[in-house]
Design a binder for this molecule. Structure first.
Ligand code: 3HC
Length: 311
């Protein structure tokens, strides 16, 4: 690639000027965004499944309406993100094909099951809580369409985090069985939530280039620490115990210290061997195939409208 163009590109990044779809960009920058944004979009959409499991069994009409609205938001986030990813010159069909072929990843956390109602609380509170920390940082990403999608998504995500925390709070104010159910759910979702931020910075293949290009603004470990510092006091406030015997607050640094993550589990889930990987992907493929007639009908209608305008 032309060194002059590369230098001009980096100067724009350094000056905090957003890169827009028609601007010149290095091929590596484009490819990195194609990878990250599409994986982010897939995560939003696959993430609807663990919660979809509870729509028909929500304990009240109020909780059912809130859960449905939340899941619908996730679908919407996926759509904004697919649109942002399409500006990089790859079609949505192609992105979905990569997902179905196992070539594109999605967040590992969605490969865990959601067997109890408390999981609706833990997912909103922890998984969306972790997503917010990451996405607030990505509002300042250097690629314009991605950054703008993040602004809207973050506003909705904060409602999701609160609805999850509210469920946990109500359960902790309930009877012994409900408190146990909430604690069990935290025990199962705590570590997968910490894994959402990706491997340690030292093991993160893409981080250094992504930081240079300001695709990522903060490192995996820094964002994870922010999430831990924010979430531990929230757990304590409602009487939940973080499942980590080594958790302690370091007065000098002002941060919580934790045990290390089980990285074998993390890579194993990413490789496709988590408890629900196959189920999630099979479900997505089936829903996609079942929806083929909707896409065909929409395309036929679009063509009809276009012909009408021309006559
Ligand atoms: N789950 C699955 N794969 C992960 C992962 C995770 N938690 N963390 C890292 N990986 C993968 C990376 O994608 C990469 O694989 P690849 O080269 O095949 O693409 C590999 O592990 C190495 O990791 P890196 O740290 O080098 O990768 P990144 O620099 O891309 O950092 C990231 C990983 C922090 C997840 C970054 O991609 C990112 O910030 N992505 C945007 C945020 C996102 O995707 N969030 C999804 C979850 S939240 C959500 O969408 C739903 C919410 O509304 C509930």
């Amino acid at each position: 690639e032309d060194p002059k163009k590369l230098a001009e590109f980096q100067a724009k990044i350094d000056a905090e000027i957003k890169i827009e779809p028609k601007d010149w960009m290095p091929e590596g920058y484009r490819q990195n965004l194609i990878r990250q944004i599409s994986q982010h979009a897939h995560s939003e959409v696959i993430g609807m499944q663990p919660e979809g499991n509870w729509v028909s069994r929500a304990p009240s009409l109020r909780s059912k309406k809130i859960l449905m609205a939340k899941i619908q938001d996730e679908g919407g986030h996926g759509l904004y993100l697919y649109c942002a990813a399409e500006t990089l010159g790859v079609s949505r069909d192609q992105y979905l094909q990569w997902l179905h072929e196992g070539k594109a990843k999605y967040a590992s956390v969605f490969n865990y099951p959601s067997p109890t109602w408390a999981d609706m609380g833990a997912i909103g509170w922890l998984v969306d809580g972790a997503a917010i920390v990451n996405q607030v940082s990505l509002q300042r990403t250097s690629y314009g369409p991605y950054s703008r999608a993040m602004v809207r998504i973050c506003m909705e995500e904060s409602f999701h985090q609160r609805q999850g925390y509210e469920i946990m709070d109500r359960m902790m104010n309930g009877n012994e069985a409900q408190r146990k159910m909430a604690q069990d759910s935290l025990d199962r979702w705590w570590w997968p939530s910490l894994m959402m931020f990706g491997p340690h910075d030292s093991d993160s293949a893409h981080s250094s280039q992504s930081m240079k290009w300001k695709i990522k603004r903060e490192s995996n470990d820094d964002l994870r620490q922010q999430f831990i510092d924010k979430t531990v006091p929230q757990a304590e406030l409602i009487g939940l115990k973080i499942p980590d015997p080594n958790l302690k607050f370091n007065e000098e640094t002002g941060h919580y210290e934790t045990s290390d993550i089980d990285w074998d589990e993390f890579w194993n889930v990413i490789k496709g061997n988590g408890p629900c990987n196959k189920k999630r992907l099979d479900h997505h493929k089936k829903a996609h195939n079942d929806g083929a007639w909707v896409r065909e009908a929409a395309a036929a209608y679009g063509l009809k409208q276009k012909n009408k305008l021309q006559t």
